[in-house]
Design a protein around this ligand. Sequence first.
Ligand code: ADP
Ligand code: TZD
Ligand code: MG
Length: 581
Amino acid sequence: MSVAENIDASLDEDAAPKDLTDGFHLIIEALKLNGINTIYNVPGIPITDLGRYMQAEGMRVLSFRHEQHAGYAAAIAGYLTKKPGVCMTVSAPGFLNGLTALAHATTNCYPMILLSGSSEREIVDLQQGDYEEMDQLAIAKPLCKAAFRILHAEDIGIGIARAIRAAVSGRPGGVYLDLPAQLMAQTMDAAAGEKSLVKVIDPAPAQLPAPEAITRALEVLKNAKRPLIILGKGAAYAQADDEIRALVEKSGIPYLPMSMAKGLLPDTHPQSAGPARSLVLKESDTVMLIGARLNWLLSHGKGKAWGDNEKKFIHIDIEPTEMDSNVEIAAPVVGDIGSCVTALLDAMGDDWAPPPTEWTEAVNTKRQSNIERMAPRLQNNNVPMDFHGALGVLRTIIAERPDAILVNEGANTLDFARGIIDMYKPRKRLDVGTWGVMGIGMGQAIAAAVETGHPVLAVEGDSAFGFSGMEIETVCRYNLPVCIVVFNNGGIYRGTDVNPTGGPDVAPTVFVKDARYDKMMEAFGGVGYHATSPDELRQAVNEAMDSGKPSLVNAVIDPASGTESGRIGNLNPQSVVSKKK
Ligand code: ADP
Ligand code: TZD
Ligand code: MG
């Protein structure tokens, strides 16, 4: 301030203060201006008041018991809505707890923003030992798509705009936004503050494929004798449901949905090759990938699972560097899925010839025989229940309630449920994603209920459930229509391992026998059920889903019925020295 201004200010002391705003309110206004109205958080210094003001300004502020679950909630909210899900944490430890979810969002291509309070730069950079001091920006950087810090109130508008655009444009991912404590208290002129806000226009612009790429792709497809379409969660994320269905149906090509793409077309669709997975991977000669990466989940596009015959790949993805990541791509189609699929449909014309019937019939025969082979196992009434008996029940329940969202994690509980439970609508199956991470259960269940208003059925291994189990208090607190079924086989993979030394500790994969997870739910006012047979399970889950109340079914599964690592035991390294007992 100049001397003259100083004198003016002192003379003005009794006059009404200029209208001021501050960092708190600018952050809130910037988020609201961009349609972000829900925050998943754990309160504390320096963001407690920010959460309070957010709620006071009409935002939905949902508090969790641990940041990781708030983060998983935000990540899946992003997947479900195509808008960044926002997680908010305190400095250092809270920030670190949220980072797993931020990395998970980035790995899975979910748009998410982690807003974290932090200590002042001056103290952090001189390492003077502030309360929860940490150079958070540097630590977040390698784990997300973009990381920004806002130091001045007048930059809040632009900072939040950059975070939103980075999260949703191109290949979506996680974004870190660092908010030092003093930023929130900084003041500025209210009118200037309002002007500084940015409404992001067209945050995820359409990216049109090159016409040559479309021609090339159709040329490859036309020459195929045994074509296959693989739909991934990018296809589900794109929300181009009608176009994708039209492409699959017009082409007549069998399609294989990756786990979270199940339901994009109903799993009962006559072209679904889900139940003939091994056959189509091995025997196909041309594969069109739509929003699916050739990562470990598809055996990197090579090796035994893919058979000996030579294959041509067509790859539709928004990320150019995904092409040739594992094998040569004969026809890269880079663009957003909606635009790419529409362009393909247009260029296919009206006289597109379906694939040779030899191929489609071979796929159908395999599919039918696998379905028939499985059917009696799903109807077994064994007590104690095995995975098939219990999942047969849940399969029927989802068929009767196709709007319900299925959250699923565990090893056997995941792998069997993925194969057994048919999905009928897009984005209804939310699972462990690209990493196969345990702990997504309650965060995803909560966000699914909050973002969609639909009932949620969370099918959880007992180990998997343990990672986020405390969040059932959150489920009860917000009275969400979530029914959790814990597949209680007393351990990781199985409950039967023994300690080979005969010592007092149980084996590393074994939990307390006969645990009653249903009682945990009752502790918070939810409804607990204990189910020991398929009939009891059916009754409990139906009652829970009808009531819409927070509920948990402790489903007692035979501790001996699981297999090592579910379906991916082959990924375990083997010792040549000692055999497991
Ligand atoms: P899955 O695990 O189901 O096989 P992945 O997560 O491996 O699926 O692949 C998803 C792919 O979808 C990513 O490569 C991502 O770049 C891509 N993707 C996400 N959104 C879009 C979109 N709107 N248009 C095109 N590609 C997209
Ligand atoms: N930690 C994290 C974060 N993710 C993981 N995937 C694991 C550990 C390792 N892991 C698996 O891959 S599955 C699993 C663990 C601990 C639990 C399997 O036991 P479960 O399922 O009870 O959930 P089943 O039905 O008993 O096989
Ligand atoms: Mg288990």
